[in-house]
Ligand binder design. Structure first.
Ligand SMILES: C[S@@+](CC[C@H](N)C(=O)[O-])C[C@H]1O[C@@H](n2cnc3c(N)ncnc32)[C@H](O)[C@@H]1O
Length: 375
């Protein structure tokens, strides 16, 4: 290693990377902001970062909080935390050092990663602020499901775990995509559905008397016995993933099944969400796909099986829009007319197509059936 790779003299003015050729995981550099100059809002993703403020003064906006910084101080920035800096009346000069938080598999905290991503997601914020997140959109959920041919083949896969005398616990049945066909086949289904709007539709459709619909969150139920199958399809948006999975396992004497998904980078919904969030100035946080759940399960010592199904249909634009508009309006951040701008962008990207007078968002996603025996 040459001397240049080991020691660098800092300059009073310039912004430049440090030890670019030498470091393995560490990314570092000096930044020099002129008076009033800004380092725009960004996150370093799963990297954690430290700023060593050398001299000058300024303000840092860290996860929505404004802090005053000056020379001879150090700032810590956790992963997935939006931040921006602006220099005060003098130059602000600092060194940044960033390193990935999970690289060594032994040190990946998947449960923590999942919990923290969930905490920051706009849906979590929304569900925490309104009494029933499905109010006003539950009636469109069926139409959405039909338009993507959901649950399609997933249902056949779930049926493999059922017998005529099975007792099934379903967490978050929604409008009954799984509940109703399963109830036809098994002895009993207990469905935990906290949303009044979802329950109203499910209760109307539930024609079998072997379905009990309880208005409770999974975290809150106690003493409901043991079940042959415990199923959660797209319903584990819970605060604490670890205790939820442990509870699923405790209540199960047969098979635990989690259904979750992922979206490709060119998936219409994913792209539309990114554009919309940018226009509404909502933080983009990586989605907790099924992969984070599998990794979390592994870390808990549960080596689950995973089967993938392609999502088979495109999504009706008006349903997507209704859901997102409802959510952002109730959060008070919807901007009138923004949908037109999003539509133009999506059309440019060939992700929004007209079929017989109806607009569809082209979908490119997968469902994952994650299951393990718990006997
Ligand atoms: C995306 S929907 C999925 C509905 C259905 N499982 C399906 O696959 O079509 C999620 C459902 O989970 C419910 N849910 C959310 N958090 C829950 C919790 N902690 N316990 C039970 N249900 C929950 C919601 O109210 C909603 O009806």
């Amino acid at each position: 290693m040459s001397e240049r790779d080991s020691i660098v003299e800092l300059s009073e003015k310039r912004t430049f990377p440090l030890f670019e050729k030498s470091t393995k995981m560490l990314e570092a550099g000096q930044v020099c902001l002129d008076p009033g100059e800004e380092c725009e809002k960004h996150t370093t993703g799963h990297y954690e970062e430290m700023l060593i403020i050398l001299d000058g003064e300024g303000r840092i906006l860290l996860d929505g909080k404004e802090l005053f910084v000056k020379g001879n101080s150090v700032v810590y920035i956790p992963p997935y935390t939006f931040h921006s800096l602006v220099a005060g009346d003098r130059n602000l000069r600092y060194i940044y050092m960033a390193t990935p938080t999970y690289f060594d598999p032994e040190h990946i905290g998947w449960i923590e990663v999942w919990n923290s991503l969930r905490e920051k997601s706009v849906w979590t914020k929304y569900s925490g602020e309104v009494s029933d997140p499905w109010e006003g959109i539950a009636d469109h959920y069926d139409e959405w499901s039909t338009s993507i041919n959901y649950p399609g083949k997933l249902l056949d896969k779930v049926f493999r775990f059922l017998k005529n005398d099975s007792k099934v616990l379903e967490i978050g049945p929604g409008t009954g995509a799984f509940t109703l066909p399963i109830a036809k086949w098994v002895e009993e289904v207990v469905a935990l559905e906290p949303s009044a709007a979802m329950r109203k539709i499910l209760e109307k459709k539930a024609e079998f008397n072997n379905i009990s619909i309880l208005p409770q969150r999974f975290e809150d139920v106690e003493d409901i016995g043991k079940f042959d199958v415990v199923l959660a399809a797209y319903s584990l948006g819970v605060k604490d993933l670890k205790s939820t999975i442990e509870k699923m396992a405790n209540l199960c004497k047969g098979y635990c099944i989690i259904i979750d998904g992922d979206r490709a980078t060119n998936d219409g919904i994913r792209v539309a969400d990114t554009i919309l969030k940018k226009k509404l100035e909502v933080e983009e946080v990586p989605w907790c796909s099924y992969l984070s759940k599998i990794n979390a399960l592994h870390q808990m010592g549960i080596f689950a099986n995973v089967e993938i199904e392609n999502e088979r249909g495109d999504v009706l634009w008006r349903i997507y829009l209704k859901q997102r508009k409802n959510m952002y309006e109730r959060l008070g951040i919807w901007k009138e007319g923004v949908e037109i701008e999003v539509m133009v962008d999506l059309k440019d990207k060939d992700l929004l197509v007209d079929r017989n007078g109806e607009l569809y968002l082209l979908s490119n996603g997968v469902h994952a059936l994650i299951w393990w025996a718990n006997r």
